[in-house]
Structures are given as structure tokens and as C-alpha cells.
Design a protein around this ligand. Structure first.
Ligand code: ATP
Length: 132
């Protein structure tokens, strides 16, 4: 079976380095699939689920947005933060969700709403992916 190399890297760690059968990325303009020997692509990613297949089984990784670059059969994903679904701490994500919701409910001038919306979106996607 033909395969591609997937790397998911953040500023502090390599989260995934695996030979995979395919990957589906959360592109800013919608999800897109990457198959072995796909043409070169560079795409911005949004907060979402990066899915990839190994031995016919789908794995899920949380991505906080970033970039995907496919070149010479290597898909490199660079993200500010990322973690495998199995490594998501649900209690931490729930606490982050509640904190963001509280900040947004305050309607205060001192709250950075763009930042709070982004934190809320990260927490919601982490909770959706936890345990996958
Ligand atoms: P928090 O407010 O809980 O820190 P956050 O969305 O601001 O959440 P990030 O800035 O996205 O956190 O990530 C900071 C680091 O913590 C990254 O290494 C990320 O992988 C890790 N991380 C954040 N939330 C979780 C979680 N719920 N489970 C596991 N790792 C997490």
C-alpha cells in the first residue's frame, strides 16, 4: 500500500511522526484530504481535528491552527499547540471552556473578546475530540 510521512510539530514538541495512509486537515477554507504522492500544497489551518489513517484505523489530533505543507510525500503540520486525542485532559479543557464563557459573559472593556473566543473554540474542539 502506498503511504506518506506525517509530522505534526509545535514550538515545544513533535506530536506525530508516522508513516500514514492518508490525512485530513482542518483547512481555513474547509477540510482537505492528503493522499500519498499528493501534489505540493501549502495551506493555513484552523482550530480543528487532524485525522490520519494507520493500518486502516483513524487517529485524531487536536490542532490549534497553523500551516500544512505537503512536499516530496512529507506532510508537515506546524501548529501553535497540538495533542493526540488520547492525551487531551478533559477537565482542563472544561475549565478553559468555563473561563472563556465567563469572560465573554462579562462584556467588559478589559476582556480581549477575540482571545476569549479563540480559547473557547479550542476548548470546545478538545472536548469533542477527547477519547477519540
Ligand atoms: P489552557 O487555558 O488550559 O492552557 P489553552 O487553549 O490556552 O488552554 P494552548 O495555548 O492551546 O492552551 O496550549 C498550551 C499547551 O498546553 C500545549 O502544549 C497544549 O498541547 C497543552 N494543552 C492545553 N490544553 C490541553 C488539554 N485540555 N489537554 C492536554 N493538553 C493541553
Amino acid at each position: 500500500m502506498s503511504t506518506l510521512e506525517l509530522e505534526v510539530v509545535t514550538p515545544d514538541k513533535t506530536v506525530v511522526r508516522e508513516t500514514v495512509e492518508m490525512a485530513v486537515c482542518p483547512g481555513v477554507a474547509g477540510e482537505f484530504g492528503v493522499l500519498p504522492n499528493h501534489v505540493s500544497i501549502l495551506s493555513a489551518l484552523k482550530i480543528g481535528d487532524l485525522r490520519y489513517r494507520v493500518n486502516g484505523k483513524d487517529e485524531h489530533v487536536f490542532i490549534s491552527g497553523g500551516f500544512a505543507d505537503m512536499n516530496n510525500n512529507v506532510l508537515s503540520v506546524l501548529a501553535e499547540s497540538a495533542e493526540k486525542a488520547a492525551d487531551i485532559d478533559t477537565a482542563r479543557a472544561q475549565a478553559a471552556k468555563e473561563r472563556a464563557e465567563k469572560r465573554l459573559a462579562e462584556h467588559s472593556d478589559t476582556v480581549d473578546t477575540t482571545r476569549a473566543h479563540a480559547a473557547l473554540a479550542r476548548a470546545i474542539v478538545r472536548l469533542q475530540l477527547a477519547g477519540h
